[in-house]
Write a protein that binds this ligand. Structure first.
Ligand code: FES
Length: 167
């Protein structure tokens, strides 16, 4: 239930990532906004440790300071899909924060087939800060912003909007 960043921090390591010049980096914003916590997870480069929940058998590596493009290291490490799924909708909204949710609700209420994608595991964005772990849910119980976000997300879902999270 912990993020990768929280789990690493719990071991006492604060500089688990690396800047472009090789300088130590680590947990900074803790909410997917700064890029200071980038690590390589299961061979996939540039993953945000603060936005990724620990999983069994996950391999987390400190990134190379400056990957060697000439060796094809980036191409080897990136997982490029061999095929893409096709989806049909009237409106695609990028970002499930307050603006995206409000737009989705209005458009869906008007009869549009709406899909909302977001890089985070749950809708709400930074403002509505939906908890991604049990621990966070306990800490945010009763938090007005989180509660109003949960209510809006529920209303949007009730309108039949499709959410694609971690996308
Ligand atoms: S700590 Fe800022 S994106 Fe992870």
């Amino acid at each position: 239930g912990m993020s990768v960043a929280a789990a690493i921090e719990a071991t006492g390591r604060h500089e688990f990532s690396r800047g472009i010049k090789g300088e130590g980096r680590g947990l900074f914003c803790g909410m997917g906004a700064c890029h200071d916590c980038l690590v390589t997870i299961d061979g996939k480069v540039s993953q945000r440790a603060c936005m990724t929940i620990v999983d069994d058998d996950m391999q987390v590596l400190r990134p190379a300071a400056r990957p060697d493009l000439a060796t094809g290291q980036i191409a080897d490490l990136c997982s490029v899909p061999h095929s893409l799924t096709t989806r049909t909708m009237d409106v695609l909204i990028v970002g499930a924060g307050p603006a995206g949710l409000a737009a989705a609700e209005v458009l869906a209420a008007a009869g549009a087939k709406v899909t909302v994608i977001d890089e985070r595991p749950s809708a709400g964005g930074q403002y509505f800060k939906q908890p991604s772990t049990r621990n966070a849910a306990e800490r945010l119980s009763g938090d007005e912003q989180a509660l109003s976000g949960a209510a809006l997300i529920g209303e949007v879902r009730d309108h039949g909007v499709t959410f694609l999270s971690a996308t």
